[in-house]
Design a protein around this ligand. Structure first.
Ligand SMILES: [Ca+2]
Ligand SMILES: [Ca+2]
Ligand SMILES: [Ca+2]
Length: 221
């Protein structure tokens, strides 16, 4: 039997939709916490939301300072990060540096510097907007990339470092120099996010990572 073209298109769309869903459920590494504290108290917490070890050798953090469109600092990661575990990078002179997985004197953002996480040349996640020297905040200024500890509060959706950045959309503010949650990922209620609890969501369930646009293109094709 020959399917008519419209049924064939629907079947293809459903197959492609399945592909979209499958891809959307393959998260990798993302930034779960960002600490922009006093002096050199700077840190990033990364979370491996896959069911596998991640070899970090091709991963790096880039920092685009003060609206620059070229990275002014590159911090290469290394080692292996187990499934469901965190990796903390701290400034070498941070007061909590001895608790970090990696330290670097280049981790010197101060609120108006875009931070990008890459695997090779693929962008995995970002904070801020490359080319902008704004100190990013939500409308009221209660959630800001300056002088705050920010924890990822919801499903990861904004990974694009080139568009407008609203830290209030996916981040919850904690006080300056509150480094008590560095190295811990989870939410007290088990929801997606990092709010100081220790109950991570089940992995591969809800964190949307960057493959979606490609797959959407496939659906549209
Ligand atoms: Ca700066
Ligand atoms: Ca963005
Ligand atoms: Ca944390």
């Amino acid at each position: 039997m020959k399917l008519n073209p419209s049924i064939s298109a629907i079947v293809w769309s459903l197959v492609s939709l399945y592909t979209v869903t499958a891809h959307a459920e393959v998260p990798t590494l993302f930034i779960s916490e960002y600490l922009e504290g006093a002096s050199n108290n700077k840190a990033l917490e990364l979370y491996n939301n896959t069911d596998s070890n991640l070899i970090l050798d091709n991963y790096r953090i880039e920092i685009y300072f003060n609206g620059n469109t070229s990275a002014g600092a590159t911090i290469k990661l290394s080692g292996t990060l187990a499934a469901g575990k965190t990796y903390v990078i701290a400034h070498s002179s941070a007061s909590f540096a001895d608790t970090a997985d990696k330290t670097s004197g280049s981790l010197s953002f101060n609120g108006n510097d875009a931070v990008v996480l890459k695997n090779g040349d693929s962008i995995l996640d970002s904070i801020g907007q490359i080319g902008s020297s704004d100190y990013w905040s939500n409308g009221s200024g209660t959630v800001s990339t300056q002088n705050m500890d920010l924890r990822r509060s919801a499903t990861v959706t904004d990974i694009d470092p080139t568009d407008v950045f609203d830290p209030g959309a996916q981040w919850t503010d904690y006080s300056l120099d509150d480094f008590s949650d560095l190295g811990i990922y989870g939410a007290d209620d088990g929801s997606n996010g990092d709010d100081g609890g220790d109950n991570p969501p089940s992995r591969n369930s809800a964190v949307m990572m960057p493959r979606l646009p490609l797959a959407v293109c496939k659906v549209m094709a």
